[in-house]
Design a binder for this molecule. Structure first.
Ligand code: PGA
Length: 261
């Protein structure tokens, strides 16, 4: 078993206003408290929409909850005339620890290029935020280029050209598996994670390869999570749809109940 602490990350996407957010976080926290969840063993993080962050932060702080706050995006810029953008410094001020960068929905619907993703990773490092660098291939790319080719290329670009590389997380999310109910097999996920770790070793260092967590994402549910996390290579999951359902999400957080480690 590796020393990497598993991370269960709930990407809410554009769901739940700030009041609904508080209700969901409270329910997650109560449910995990009831089962004595050990947050030191399995880290649990939620990524609500920007407008919910302040409310969730206040709740986590007031009730001393151990859930960790993440944001769904970050501007590549520090400040200035960028209407609609959110600076890393603002996120840091709200005790945000993680920020998603390069999610396939941003790449697809907002035309985020690898250059933009690289600049956002840089903005995260500058603000002491941990980027969760999302990589993944479409079905076409998988068929044409084989497993791992596109994710590796995306990761290489995201990690290139930084003066200082801080802590980061990689999320392998095959585009064909996001929100579709189609999941990669545990073997596919483990194989790509292994190759991504090898490329971190080449791009950064052996230490970084050893320390960095690589998540799987795409139609993860409580019923299939154990398979992904049975592999040494996969250090957690990025959960979309199922993160909005208390029973599902807390079931995913308790994956160790189903895996013999
Ligand atoms: P999904 O989304 O779990 O609904 O497939 C995953 C993601 O996009 O992060």
């Amino acid at each position: 078993m590796s020393d990497r602490k598993p991370l269960i990350a709930g990407n809410w996407k554009m769901n739940l206003d700030h009041q609904q957010a508080i209700a969901l976080v409270q329910k997650i926290a109560w449910t995990l408290k009831d089962v004595n969840h050990d947050y030191d063993k399995v880290e649990v993080s939620v990524f609500p929409p920007f407008t919910d962050l302040r409310s969730v932060q206040t709740l986590l702080d007031a009730d001393k909850l151990q859930l960790v706050l993440g944001a769904q995006d970050i501007s590549q810029h520090e400040s200035g005339a960028y209407t609609g953008e959110i600076a890393g410094a603002f996120l840091k001020k709200l005790d945000v620890r993680y920020v998603l960068v390069g999610h396939s929905e941003r790449r697809q619907y907002h035309r985020e290029t690898d250059e933009v993703v690289q600049a956002k990773v840089s903005a995260a490092f500058k603000n002491n935020l941990i980027p969760v660098i999302c990589v993944g291939e479409t079905l076409e790319e998988l068929e044409e280029q084989g497993a791992a080719a596109v994710p590796i290329r995306q990761l290489e670009q995201a990690l290139s050209g930084h003066k200082d590389i801080g802590e980061f997380v990689v999320a392998y999310e095959p585009v064909w598996a996001i929100g579709t109910g189609k999941v990669a097999t545990a073997e596919q996920a483990a194989e790509v994670a292994k190759k991504l770790r090898e490329s971190i070793e080449k791009l950064v260092s052996a230490e970084a390869a050893d320390a960095s967590r690589i998540l799987y994402g795409g139609s993860v549910k409580s019923a299939n999570v154990a398979g992904f996390l049975a592999s040494e290579e996969v250090d957690g999951v990025l959960v979309g749809g199922a993160s909005l359902d208390v029973t599902e999400f807390t079931g995913i957080c308790r994956f160790q109940k189903h895996v013999s480690l």
